[in-house]
Design a protein around this ligand. Structure first.
Ligand code: ZN
Length: 137
């Protein structure tokens, strides 16, 4: 039930290309994957930093959630993802503690992993994601 590590930190950016340059040239990380997640209306770029990843999120749609986030709050940290063994169980546990869920059930996120979100209104302002190691059914 307890998260094992920070799986990734999601960062909303206006331009994937521009921000990849910063992570590669200034921080010396290398982007190992770029993936479009149609459900979420985003293109994502991934970097590894130890056990944790940086996930850059660029909107593919002016009405998508990342576009709306940037419009309201500017680019920056968007969400924090905890690695858990069982996403469904972690969601149920959070709901049992009165936390509002964005996802009642796990769904497929980037890299084919099971994910589920908790609402930031219930998590002290941090959009929180559970990220499993299993593919959804
Ligand atoms: Zn994420």
């Amino acid at each position: 039930m307890k998260p094992t590590h920070i799986e990734h930190i999601g960062i909303a950016v206006s331009s994937l290309e521009e921000s990849i340059k910063y992570y590669e040239q200034v921080l010396g990380l290398s982007c190992y994957a770029i993936e479009e997640v149609k459900d979420q209306k985003v293109r994502t770029a991934f970097f590894r930093v130890g056990d944790t990843k940086i996930e850059l999120l660029e909107s593919t749609d002016p009405d998508g959630p990342i576009a709306r986030f940037i419009e309201k709050r500017g680019p920056g940290i968007h969400h924090l993802a905890f690695a858990v063994e069982d996403v469904a169980q972690s969601l149920r546990n959070a709901a049992g503690h009165g936390v509002r869920l964005v996802d009642e059930l796990p769904r497929r996120g980037a890299e084919g992993l099971q994910i589920g979100f908790l609402h930031p209104g219930s998590t002290f302002g941090v959009l929180t994601e559970f990220c499993g190691s299993n593919k959804p059914d």
